[in-house]
Design a protein around this ligand. Sequence first.
Ligand code: AMP
Ligand code: MG
Length: 334
Amino acid sequence: MGPKTAIVQAGLTINGRRLNEIPKPLPQLSESEIERKLCISRVMTHTLGYLTGRLLDNKFEWLLPVMFSRSTDPLWPDPGASIEKRIEVEIYGKTVRTTLSMIIHKMVACSLAFEKLFILSPNARIERRDRADSGIHAYEFTQLDFEMRGASSKTVRSLVEGLISGLIKSLRDALRHELIHLGRFGSLIVPETPFRVYDRKELETRFGENYESKLLVKIHEPVWITNIPREFYDFEDLDRDIWDNYDLLLPQYGEVLSGARREWEYNKIFGKMKRDEVAAENYEELLKLAGERRLKPSAGAGIGVERLVSWLAGAKHIGEVQTFPRIPGAVYDL
Ligand code: AMP
Ligand code: MG
C-alpha cells in the first residue's frame, strides 16, 4: 500500500488539515462509487460533445495541444496562482517547460493562421499540496482554450454565456436520470443571460481583498468579474488603469474561466514583462512576432473543463471528475 492510499483510507490530515473528501483511485472504488463516477463521466462526455459541437458550428478550427515548449504561460503575476514547482526538462539540448497553459500558442496561431480556434489542452501545474482539500485544484487538468482574432471582450462573454446556458438546457434534456442520481436535477437551472458583471475594484471596496470567497457564497448563478491585474498578455489600459479581462465565477465552486482581450504591441508586452520581472528570454518568438507587427489583436478565454463539470455534476472534489485523480500532494500509481 502506497503512502497516499494510506491517507485516503485513514482519513488522515496533511499540514494539519483534514482530508475528508479526497477521492480514491479508480481500483479502490466500490460498486456504488463506480456508479456515481459513471454518472459524472456522462456529464463530462455530454459537456465535451456539446461545447466542441457548438464551437465547430461557429466555424472554430479545432487544434491539437502541445506538451513541451520553450514558451509557456508565466502564471505570474496572478493573484490565484500557487505553483509549488515548475517542470523544466532538457530535450535535444534545449530547455523546455511542460504546458502551464497554451495562451502563447493561441495568440500566435490566432494571429498567423486561424481566425477562430480552440484546443482541449492538458495543463500540468504542480499546485501547492495544501490545495488538496480546496476541492477545486488538480495538478493536471484540461482547459477548453479558445481565441478569436479582432474580437471584443463582450463578444467572448456573450459566446460563453450562450454556451453555458445552452449546455445546461441540453444536459437537463439528455441526462435527467444521471442528474437525479447526482442530486443535481432540482438545483441545476438554466441561468439567465446576460450574466451579471462585477468590477474587481468595486468588489474590493465592498468586500475587501478576499472579495472572491465572499462573493461565491452570495451568488446562485454564474457571474463575471472584470478588470483584474495579472499576466502581461491581458490588455491593460495604462492611462486609465483598467484591465480588459474577465473571470467567470460559479456559485460555491469559484473561478471556472479566465480570459481577456490581448496585448499585441511589442513595447507594451516587453514593458510589462520588465515591470513584472517575467523572463523575456522565454518569449523570444512572441516578442519577435510583436516586433514585426505580426501579432494581431484577439480575445479569448480558457475554461477549466473539470471545474465546469464539478459544478454541473455537484462533485464533492474535482478528483471525482477525473477518471484518474490528480490531487495535489497525492500521487497514485495510475
Ligand atoms: P488560469 O490560466 O489560471 O486562469 O486557469 C484557467 C482555468 O483553468 C481556471 O479558470 C480554472 O477553471 C482552471 N484551473 C486553473 N487551475 C486549475 C487547477 N489547479 N485544477 C483544475 N482546474 C484549474
Ligand atoms: Mg484564472
